[in-house]
Design a protein around this ligand. Structure first.
Ligand SMILES: Cc1ncc(COP(=O)(O)O)c(C=O)c1O
Length: 374
């Protein structure tokens, strides 16, 4: 793969060394073109051809999203963000008093608050303690032995340490113990391959504005067919039901698909953007993207260690992701990030470390520039 060629899709490279794809990423020219396509149609023809133009693209993108994660289109709903997807599960699952949700202390708040919010319904959240930025399978297994545990809720990749969970192994544990598996995939979708079937994932949520290189406010929520009837949508609207363009007949027959979780008009521009972003990821190949991103990460880690920086991300076999967290001498991570920003290198401070998160179009020279600028 000629990665250098992919830089032309990202005009951001002309001005900045952008190493914050774990935050809000820049978009590609492909996504820009898709937004313009949406805009030109809406500007010149409004909804004159809604079915042929908008509906067709929305359903095509649903199919592409399904391909990206190894699902079928009937298992995909568009959601406004990761949080909304996780919230659909938290609010709608058939909880019983005394149920427990297992998560861990590395999680981003999006994957903590929806479960804490269930306390009033008698659901307890178990926050597993982690060490050195990683969660061991043994600790999860021990927790899942508790028969009160109904769900394991984890991110595919932890937002600060960058620890990559072993999803197939976790999914196997969940199946063994009869526990539902809910994954916040925003820190890996578009960068590391994922297969919901092979990993036994029941629910997955991810917005498009990080590793997928799309815009904020439009992501996917996957709900496996086998569990769809166990989640009652808490918000129901005209689009949740079958034959929803027959406005003369009101009824509550929910769509026999994840479409039941889309209650009203879709975020069409967001979906156009997301479609172009997924197309690009699939065209390049997520496996190839992962190899590239992990190689850039390895170069960064080697460079940092050579300069005497402390790399805080777990680096064992299978543990790395697109995120490299480090500390520079005794400097506050916020100050290090500010210094790098002044050199037009975009990284951020997160949970006691400087977080760099390069994507495939970043160059080796940009990685070296970060190390040099320290
Ligand atoms: C692991 C993780 N989950 C969720 C989010 C936020 O997701 P959203 O804004 O799409 O709800 C972030 C953002 O940084 C994140 O890192």
């Amino acid at each position: 793969m000629n990665w250098e060629r992919t830089r032309s899709f990202f005009p951001v490279t002309k001005d900045l060394v952008y190493l914050n794809h774990a935050g809000v990423a820049p978009i590609s020219t492909r996504v820009d073109e898709a937004l313009r396509r949406f805009s030109a149609e809406a500007l010149q023809r409004g909804a004159f051809d809604y079915e042929a133009f908008f509906d067709t693209e929305i359903e095509r993108v649903r199919g592409r999203a399904a391909t990206l994660i190894g699902a079928v289109p009937a298992e995909i709903a568009f959601a406004k963000n990761t949080t909304e997807g996780l919230g659909i599960v938290a609010a709608g699952l058939d909880w019983r008093r005394g149920d427990r949700v297992v998560t861990c202390d590395l999680e981003y708040p999006s994957n903590v608050y929806p479960w804490w919010w269930l306390r009033d319904r008698g659901v307890e959240t178990v926050m597993l303690r982690t060490q050195h930025g990683r969660l061991s399978l043994a600790r999860v297994e021990e927790a899942l032995r508790d028969p009160a545990v109904r769900m394991l809720a984890l991110s595919s990749v932890e937002f600060a340490s960058g620890f990559r969970h072993d999803l197939p192994a976790l999914g196997a544990l969940c199946r063994e113990h009869g526990v539902l598996f809910c994954v916040d995939a925003i820190q890996s979708l578009g960068c590391l391959p994922i297969d919901v079937e092979a990993s036994g994932i029941d629910f997955l949520a991810a917005d498009g504005h990080k590793w997928l290189l799309s815009v904020e406010g439009c992501g996917i929520f996957y709900c496996a067919r086998r569990v769809q009837d166990r989640v009652t949508p808490r918000v129901v609207g005209w689009r949740s039901v079958t034959e929803n363009t027959d406005y003369d007949r009101c009824h509550l027959d929910l769509q026999p698909s994840a479409g039941r979780f889309e209650e009203g008009s879709p975020n069409a521009p967001g979906i156009f953007a997301l479609g172009a972003a997924i197309d690009l990821a699939l065209e390049l190949g997520v496996g190839a993207i992962a190899e590239r991103v992990l190689a850039l990460g390895a170069r960064l880690i080697a460079g940092l260690e050579q300069r005497g920086a402390i790399v805080e991300s777990p680096c064992g076999p299978g543990e790395r992701s697109g995120i490299v967290s480090f500390r520079w001498q005794d400097e506050e991570p916020r100050d290090t990030a500010a210094r790098l920003r002044a050199a037009r290198i975009h990284v951020v401070a997160r949970r006691g470390g400087v977080r760099a998160s390069p994507h495939y179009y970043n160059s080796e020279a940009e990685i070296d520039a970060l190390v040099g600028a320290l």
